[in-house]
Ligand binder design. Sequence first.
Ligand code: ADP
Ligand code: MG
Length: 275
Amino acid sequence: MVRSDEIRAAGTDLVKVYTSATGEMHALRGVNVSFRAGSLAVVMGPSGSGKSSLLNLLAARDVPSAGSLRLLGREVSALGRGGLGRLRRHISYVPQRASRALFPHLSAGAQIRQLARLRRVREVDPYAVLSRVGLEHRASSRPADASGGEQQRLAVALALVGTPSLVVADEPTSELDHRSGDQALAVLSEAAAAGSAVVVSTHDERVLAVADRVLQLRHGVLSGEREGRGQALAAIDPTGRVQLPPEALERFPTGRALLTIEDDAVVLRPPGDAG
Ligand code: ADP
Ligand code: MG
């Protein structure tokens, strides 16, 4: 039984700063998110907005610079290397570059059997796994002989071996045509239906059709959120910061707003506006 209220991944004030020779890059600036079992959440946002940074954290492939990250009930900062490794066994990750998820020397069928061993899955039918993404005829081919799209489909198929608690897929349809993209999405939404918490980042509007929830990232900040086909919500962080969508922001060229609290609304007006 899946408890649909069970939170499988949660970040509080998540910060990710990359340090390089040219300086610091603040990729995530205090993000608050949570992901539940049995649902598929989509993270959208322009290139550079922090999607991969967030997904790397959720997949336990990276640790935050600050803030709290709870994965499968564990606080990541309290885990050592071993603990983090054990956690990863229950988390499937489809990286933006799918080839990174593949064993380069193994055929597609052998990849599936190998992963099943690592995840302690007793029985696995590689043919059945491959046919879900239309790769049943490719069981004996190695990653080097596969196209980018085939590698991506294989990575998605691998992500589902052993019904992982959490599935994190970074732009998993970026190299797929409509038909195989739809197949991959069907597989990801089946994983959610089977009880996994599924997080998918994308630019692909088709993914919205299978989303239970859509999160918008901008400049490393969660700017908006929409539940199902319901209302679009702006995210408010615990210190009270709200990020305005661009069409609202352009009304405040001075970067200042007149704020009034009314009975049923909080209103922002450009200063000097009679309202
Ligand atoms: P997205 O996936 O939305 O395109 P990313 O999370 O990949 O965004 O990147 C967010 C920002 O962090 C970008 O400005 C990117 O250049 C920077 N960045 C990502 N990874 C690194 C890294 N390893 N080192 C330095 N900067 C990085
Ligand atoms: Mg990315």
